[in-house]
Design a binder for this molecule. Sequence first.
Ligand code: ADP
Length: 546
Amino acid sequence: MSELFGLMQDVPLTVDRILDHAGTWHGTREIVSRDAHGAVERTDYAGLHRTAKQVSAALAAAGIARGDRVATMAWNGARHLAAWYGATNMGAVLHTLNPRLFPEQIAYIASHAGDRLLLVDPACAPLVGPLLKEAPSIERVIFLCAADQLPATDYPAVAFDDWIAPHAPEFAWGGFDERLACGLCYTSGTTGNPKGVLYSHRSNYLHTLMTLQKDTLSLSQRDSILLVVPMYHANAWGVVYSAPAVGAKLVLPGMKMDGQSIFDQIEQEGVTFSAAVPTVWQGLLQHLRATGQKFSTLERVVIGGSAPPEALIRAFQDDYNVEVIQGWGMTETSPLATLSTATAQVLEQPYDEQVRRKGMQGRLVCGLELKLTDDDGNRLPHDGKTAGRLKIKGPTITSGYFGGEGGDVLDEEGFFDTGDVSTIDASGYMQITDRAKDIVKSGGEWISSIEIENIAVAHDDVAIAAVIGVHHPKWDERPILLVQPAPGATPSRDALLAFLDGKIAKWWMPDDVVVLETIPLGATGKIDKKLLRQQMADYRLPELAA
Ligand code: ADP
């Protein structure tokens, strides 16, 4: 018996449709970008649409065909966005390079990807010469700038505006299979070499629809979005697609991430929504406290990439009247997968309980599946207590890495192991207790470094807190607390231990507190525990050193 198929049009879900929609139906909605010097340029979706068409034509003239990798290494800006859509919409693969990585890592990634063209921010110019020597696949360098901003180089390079100028904005987009590769983004590879996540048009299109729901990012044409999360960090959490999809005003801040710059842009551009990692928000908050400034338009912020401490959530909501939504995801999950938006039942609870829920990583977006397992792959209960390996499945989740790196990454049920350890409770709230490789294992039991850090960072003397495990002859590992002082503060060991006392189990109490001038942050603004562990390699627990 033959199947009965639906009679709806089989239109491929390709991302060129998103920009076509924005250019046609939200053509006059503004895109504001700021370069490394603070100069502001304004365009709109119709302008972006035209420029992206010129980019496609210029890429085709340079011999770029479907499936070829086109790299960008740039801060958030309108030319970067035009390069992005110019590549994806003609079937090439947009590969975002993270300029904050070590030069050797960037070279490894560009070579592994086989990038043919590099479109680069003038602010990243010092990285390019050495990169070209290490990554011979790069045939051509285009600086994302006007002709008069082209940096002097000892290799051939052209300014973006000159490069696209000869081309009419008439390139025909799309017309290919929705499963075609669209974007490539490498994870920072805390173990082993970085690995490439290869998004398809279909996965990005579906992720866009997922992020627009009211319980996820709830974006609309009325929003003015400050895109702080970098475009090289997992599709800027999808906002690169979802902002044009709804025709929201888009504010692209360039490389200036300090509190004053971010605050100024929020106020000047009537920003209602923004997204970034906790460290950026902490910087902004410190600035607001120091200056006494308040937001006049900002309504909601998404915080993700690492767990926001409760103190941060409370400060935004209580002191500045800005709603916090926590998001969890990873490069491999496009990235958004769970969000902490309150349910109807949570809103009936006392405010403290609502805040506690905001501090969890949240509930699953429709279309995905989650499970918890033990190390042998057996499913664990969703009782809010049992911690296990978090695994995920769905059309926006990777099925393997570019070039087959890392081998087969799915289990027998088709789930991807996130490398996170978490609980899920009966109402579906997921809470990360650690990354599997950061967990402190003391006497065979797991201690959640994240939970201790979140409590410690609420102390007034602490700017950043990190817990790592150090070797102990009896317990295998014991936790120690490392803190970066708040400006002007001198945190004391005893005061911090007293602060933790009663808030965590006795055997979770750190064996020591070490004050560090700075706690290193990785390329995506998260605490770099790998580096921190290296820095602390010679550290001995006081009881053992004696
Ligand atoms: P990397 O940090 O390796 O550069 P990703 O950006 O893909 O790459 O990071 C994904 C990881 O970040 C997740 O597996 C998780 O450990 C952590 N993460 C992301 N969002 C959150 C969150 N809201 N709370 C806690 N951890 C988070």
